[in-house]
Write a protein that binds this ligand. Structure first.
Ligand SMILES: [Zn+2]
Length: 250
């Protein structure tokens, strides 16, 4: 969960504030007023804190327009390209199905002093992607990545809905043992780098996230080997889907 505020007006957006007590306390400590609660998708571990945050702050609830049946009391349904504003802070809505069929990411384009950022829920994780077996579909998730996520600039920082980076790096290395960037980062965590405060960006993901590395020879040969299929049958989509399936059972 994340709390974002406009520096001028001190108005804030709470994204998936599951731990409502912590979220409300953080806003209080900072002197911020929560005006909006935004849900990336309808899973309970993302919407479960909505009620207490809204009753304490009177914030408006926003979510994907097609998630309005699954999430109680949404005030505004969001579509691709919509803008969510909070004081002088603007987030652009991306429609990113795959983990669930209605899922949004919230994109901040950056400023003179701040790099862009993506609040990506369970679509993209550090060194991984969301699973698709709770109402999603891997081929749709692949399409979301090809058409949107892979096109983001290297400088976009990512803020996912969960932190699985250490385990995900192990999966990348299981699939691509020669990946030096993944190895280096895994070793940093092993020698004490704090995973929770680590912030990845798209440039780093292109190196360490095996789901970004669909054309890599070692990745494809490994899949063919594990699944006893012809390596030549693997295109980018099939590679992505096979990786998702292997990760599910890893
Ligand atoms: Zn989820």
């Amino acid at each position: 969960m994340y709390l974002l505020a406009c520096e001028k007006t001190h108005e804030a957006i709470a994204i998936d504030p599951l731990d409502h007590a912590l979220c409300l306390q953080a806003a209080k400590d900072k002197g911020w007023t929560i005006k909006t609660v935004a849900n990336t998708h309808h899973h309970h571990d993302h919407i479960g804190g909505n009620g207490p945050v809204i009753s304490a702050t009177n914030a408006k609830l926003v979510a994907h327009v097609e998630a309005m049946d699954a999430i109680p009391n949404v005030d505004r349904g969001l579509n691709a390209g919509d803008e969510l504003t909070c004081g002088e802070l603007t987030l652009k809505i991306m429609d990113t199905p795959g983990h669930t069929m209605s899922h949004i990411c919230l994109y901040y384009e950056g400023s003179d002093t701040e790099m862009p950022a993506l609040f990506c829920g369970d679509t993209l994780f550090n060194a991984g992607v969301g699973r698709c077996d709770f109402g999603g579909e891997p081929s749709i998730l692949h399409k979301t990545f090809e058409e949107q996520i892979f096109l983001l600039s290297d400088s976009v920082r990512i803020y996912p809905g969960h932190d699985y980076i250490e385990n995900n790096l192990e999966f990348t290395l299981d699939r691509e043992p020669d990946n030096q960037s993944a190895k280096k980062l895994r070793d940093k965590f092993k020698s004490g780098l704090d995973a929770e405060s680590f912030i990845s960006d798209i440039g780093l993901e292109r190196e360490i996230n095996v789901f970004f590395r669909l054309d890599e020879h070692q990745v494809r040969v490994g899949i063919a080997d594990s699944l006893k299929i012809d390596v030549n049958s693997l295109d980018r989509q099939k590679t992505f889907i096979c990786l998702r399936g292997l990760r599910d059972n890893w």
